[in-house]
Write a new protein. Structure first.
Length: 157
């Protein structure tokens, strides 16, 4: 409980609450069970499906997302197609390529079956602040390096 209060005090919201709030708002806006099922709220969606939704919503091109994410072109397309599983850092890179908000980045990680960014982890906290402030992947890596943390592109697939 105290962790939740601290997170709110410093402007970091727990992503599971946001996801739950979104679902609750959708459910309450039209309290029909058919609507609940039609929206697919009762089932988990995959990383590729959620990434596709973000690409369409933000009117981005896959090639530009992959480029901005610093991913190898072939590997990036395989992740987006769902034929290759991505590491946590690769999903974070994808989040930067998608110009994702913190909530969207957390959802990408969740849909990939990976641990979400955790505010008590110093490296994760830096990434959270970078996402919140709209920094690019390159700027974020510069900050991580400057602060003595592993950069996001250190891990090789």
């Amino acid at each position: 409980m105290a962790d939740d209060e601290n997170a709110r005090q410093y402007g970091v919201f727990m992503p599971n609450e946001l996801i739950t709030d979104d679902i609750l708002n959708d459910l309450l806006s039209d309290n029909s069970m058919a609507t609940y099922d039609d929206k697919g709220l009762g089932e988990e969606i995959s990383l590729p499906h959620y990434a596709k939704q973000l690409i369409e919503k933000k009117q981005l091109k896959k090639s530009q997302v992959i480029h901005d994410a610093g991913l190898n072109q072939t590997f990036g397309y395989l992740i987006l197609a769902g034929t290759r599983r991505a590491s946590r850092d690769k999903v974070i890179q994808l989040a930067f390529g998608l110009k994702a908000t913190l909530t969207e980045a957390q959802r990408l990680l969740k849909h990939a079956g990976l641990s979400e960014l955790y505010v008590k982890n110093r490296r994760d906290a830096i990434i959270i602040l970078a996402l919140e402030n709209g920094l690019s992947l390159h700027q974020t890596n510069d900050e991580l390096f400057r602060l003595g943390e592993n950069t996001i592109m250190d891990s090789m697939e």
